[in-house]
Design a protein around this ligand. Structure first.
Ligand SMILES: [Ca+2]
Ligand SMILES: [Ca+2]
Length: 371
């Protein structure tokens, strides 16, 4: 029995071994599979890690090469405009014939006399009523007479207008002659020694140099020396362009005045924020078939900020060196401008901020005191 039992135990033992071996084999296989997966995952992680490392290396590798080679020759116009900023375009000027014009059979303009024009007569009368002791009303009267010049009128009327414009010049009470020459400037202040940057952004721009200003009881005078002169530029590039944009912050307070950047007609630059007046200064060219001449001129267009339209939509004054006795002139030394203090509602003792942006949109700002 004991022998039989021993025999049975031995058979059971051998049976257990018969089961244990495959089970162990299965366990070994499972472990092998798990380890092989683990190895694969580790490999993947290694690849990921190495990729991350590669990426970091790649980011680090191209160190910005700070050196003269990557420096731009010209800094970009600040700020980068979201949309193109239109160039300043001066208004086309009607010709200033000495008498009415018409074309002959060959298309050549000829000068003839015509009957007096009642509309011209009315304009001359309006101009005369504007004249008082105030320089601003003299300037307004002169503007009315200039408006009449392109109209058809008799030779006598035209002569009367031209004589009146000349006579009014003496009553405008200008302390200096506006001709673009610096020789008659005295007791002036230096605004800044260089307007914007030295050099130009586009080859047909003008590099504005020193800025000077002075005041009297009626005007703020501005002088911008520049190179080349307006005439020299015209001799090389006979097309219109932008000289500068000027702004006045009447109360030196950026929280009042312009609340947004105006691109159309403006510089599109944040320097205009908080200003109350914009004076755009375009360069123009003209061709006159009647006077058989051509040339260049400079203008200023002054507008006031309008809080309801949120734009510089209130027109104050337009001046062109094309017209006789203008409040803007160009010459060998630069650009000369006279602003009526009454136009910017300023008087003796008051201060304001004056801002200038050149054609490349670089800004200068200074506080000016009327004294
Ligand atoms: Ca400059
Ligand atoms: Ca302001």
């Amino acid at each position: 029995m004991a022998r039989r039992s021993h025999h049975v135990r031995g058979r059971l033992k051998s049976q257990s071994f018969r089961y244990i071996v495959p089970v162990l084999l299965i366990i070994v296989l499972i472990l092998a599979v798990i380890y092989s997966r683990f190895d694969k995952d580790e490999g993947a992680n290694d690849i990921a890690n190495s990729a991350t490392k590669t990426n970091i290396t790649e980011i680090k590798t191209p160190e910005p090469q700070r050196g003269p080679l990557l420096q731009p020759l010209f800094e970009p116009r600040p700020p980068p405009p979201l949309e193109p900023i239109p160039e300043l375009v001066p208004e086309p000027h009607p010709e200033l014939p000495m008498a009415a014009q018409k074309q002959d059979s060959q298309g050549v303009a000829t000068v003839t006399d015509v009957a007096p024009n009642p509309e011209t007569k009315a304009l001359i009368e309006q101009a005369m009523t504007l004249i008082s002791d105030e320089p601003s009303s003299i300037v307004d009267a002169r503007t009315k007479l200039i408006e009449a010049l392109p109209m058809t009128m008799s030779r006598q009327q035209r002569t009367l207008i031209m004589d009146q414009i000349s006579a009014l010049a003496d009553k405008m009470l200008l302390s200096i002659k506006l001709d673009g020459l610096f020789q008659d400037w005295h007791n002036y202040k230096v605004g800044w020694p260089e307007t914007g940057k030295e050099g130009v952004y586009s080859e047909h721009d003008i590099d504005i140099k020193e800025f000077y200003y002075m005041t009297d009881n009626n005007y703020l005078y501005l002088f911008f020396k520049c190179t080349p002169s307006i005439l020299e530029r015209y001799q090389k590039y006979s097309f219109s362009g932008t000289f500068a944009w000027l702004y006045i912050d009447s109360d030196s307070n950026k929280d009042t005045g312009a609340t947004k950047i105006i691109r159309w007609g403006g510089s599109g630059n944040s320097a205009m924020l908080g200003t109350e007046y914009r004076i755009s200064v375009p360069i123009g060219v003209y061709i006159s078939s009647v006077l058989q001449s051509s040339g260049c001129h400079i203008e200023y267009h002054m507008h006031k900020w309008d809080s309801s339209s949120k734009d510089f939509s209130i027109q104050i004054r337009k001046e062109s060196s094309y017209h006789p006795n203008s409040l803007i002139a160009h010459g060998d030394d630069g650009i000369e401008i006279a602003l009526l203090l009454s136009d910017i509602q300023m008087s003796q003792g008051q201060k304001f901020d004056f801002i200038c942006l050149d054609a490349a949109h670089y800004a200068n700002r200074i506080q000016v005191k009327i004294e």
